[in-house]
Design a binder for this molecule. Structure first.
Ligand SMILES: Cc1cc2nc3c(=O)[nH]c(=O)nc-3n(C[C@H](O)[C@H](O)[C@H](O)COP(=O)(O)O)c2cc1C
Length: 282
């Protein structure tokens, strides 16, 4: 299939904006438009008021739940939060993210390790895999389903923003959604028609994140500093975190922001919540 010059330009521009580098594109890529959409991914936090029809939403659920699933166990569930008081309750939990309130649709992607235990009971078999892997497999399935949902939504012109901040309030979410034992929220998702085009967010260069044969950290600090500089030009971080603790940095790049971010505990009680959900994390 021949690619139009436009698609080529889009692919090159997106890779360059994302990674700050050019890679030579293979000649025989099929469905390059689809790949351009993947490369141009951006989270959307501003939405028009245009509603998303139930038919479209249910179609996207079908696309998302067609994702691969660890051992075919199908451990991902989606909760569509429709009830206005419940929507308000989510917005109130996370007031610093107003898109939770303004998004036409709000979903919660859950990991479900309950069903396989119920199936064991139904079939009179013991559940012999009660260890960390049970938690991880269910969480991974939910994440893959959410990612597939985002991809499908993007194809039909919708925009999404995942919301892991709901896990800061895991017990409240548990109550709101009536989640039983062994079912836990992985992330919320805001969905709607984007009000703005949005911006490609630069990623670390692939010579940090792609390894051949052996894991390598060669030149990590220099590469991260170069990334900070590139990212600062494209997408400067305008608000410094924890100035009262660390002062105001003359140059405030991505790595300074992430180091400050993770210098303070967040969600330290999530492990307890997961254990209380019945998981053995050994
Ligand atoms: C699992 C997950 C959880 C996220 N949680 C939040 C969130 O709570 N609030 C938010 O505004 N964005 C959230 N995001 C969006 C990220 O901030 C965003 O993906 C990142 O900044 C990169 O930007 P991009 O998606 O536009 O490339 C989340 C993304 C993922 C994958």
């Amino acid at each position: 299939m021949r690619r139009s010059q436009d698609t080529m330009t889009r692919l090159n521009a997106a890779i360059s904006e994302r990674f700050g580098e050019h890679i030579s594109l293979p000649k025989d890529v099929l469905n390059a438009d689809e790949l351009a959409r993947i490369l141009e991914h951006r989270s959307q936090r501003a939405f028009t008021e245009k509603p998303v029809s139930e038919a479209l939403l249910r179609f996207l659920f079908a696309c998302a739940l067609s994702a691969p699933s660890k051992s075919d166990l199908q451990q991902a569930d989606i909760v569509w939060v429709v009830d206005p008081p419940a929507r308000e309750a989510f917005a109130d939990l996370i007031p610093n993210m107003p898109w939770v309130h303004s998004a036409p649709v709000f979903l919660v992607f859950c990991a479900n390790n309950r069903r396989i235990r119920q199936i064991g009971e139904m079939r009179g078999k013991p559940f012999a895999n009660d260890h960390l892997d049970a938690f991880m497999n269910a969480a991974v399935d939910a994440a893959i389903v959410m990612t597939t949902f985002i991809r499908a939504a993007t194809v039909v012109g919708l925009g999404c923003c995942p919301i892991s901040a709901i896990r800061d309030h895991a017990k409240a979410v548990n109550r709101l959604l009536a989640l039983p034992q062994w079912v836990f929220p992985v992330a919320g998702l805001c969905l709607g028609y984007p009000a703005r085009e949005g911006q490609i967010s630069p990623r670390l260069p692939m010579d940090i994140t792609v390894h051949v044969d052996r894991y390598s950290e060669d030149g990590l600090q220099q590469k991260i500093e170069a990334y900070d500089q590139r990212r600062h030009v494209q997408q400067p971080i305008t608000k410094q975190r924890y100035v009262e603790l660390y002062g105001s940095a003359a140059f405030y790049g991505w790595s300074e922001d992430k180091a400050r971010h993770y210098s303070r505990p967040e969600r330290a009680d999530f492990g307890r919540y997961i254990r209380e959900k019945g998981f053995n994390l050994e």
